[in-house]
Design a protein. Sequence first.
Length: 113
Amino acid sequence: MKIIISIVAIIVLGYIMQLVTPWWGIALAVMIVTYLLNKNYWTSFLVGFLAVLLLWGGFAFIKDVSNGSILSSQVGDLLQGLPSIALVLLTGVIGGLVGGLSGMLGQSARELI
């Protein structure tokens, strides 16, 4: 249950942070939530990874569908014919890695303090 609460908290706080900060604002949101709620490195990584994967992947999917996949198909052509759904997944995975590593950093800060 705590994992689901952490994921939802990261998504909500991350969405708010993305409105007022650059891309790395999501890392701050993940660090704050994992500092406050999680007690394990792997749980912190998993929570951060899943939350940011859902948030950034969801944003990328919504933007891709809303413009008819025009931009993603052109970028996919530049990347040797990569399909647009692969670009959406790649965006989510890269964001997930940022979130996962930020979650581990938040856990490390908890142990230091």
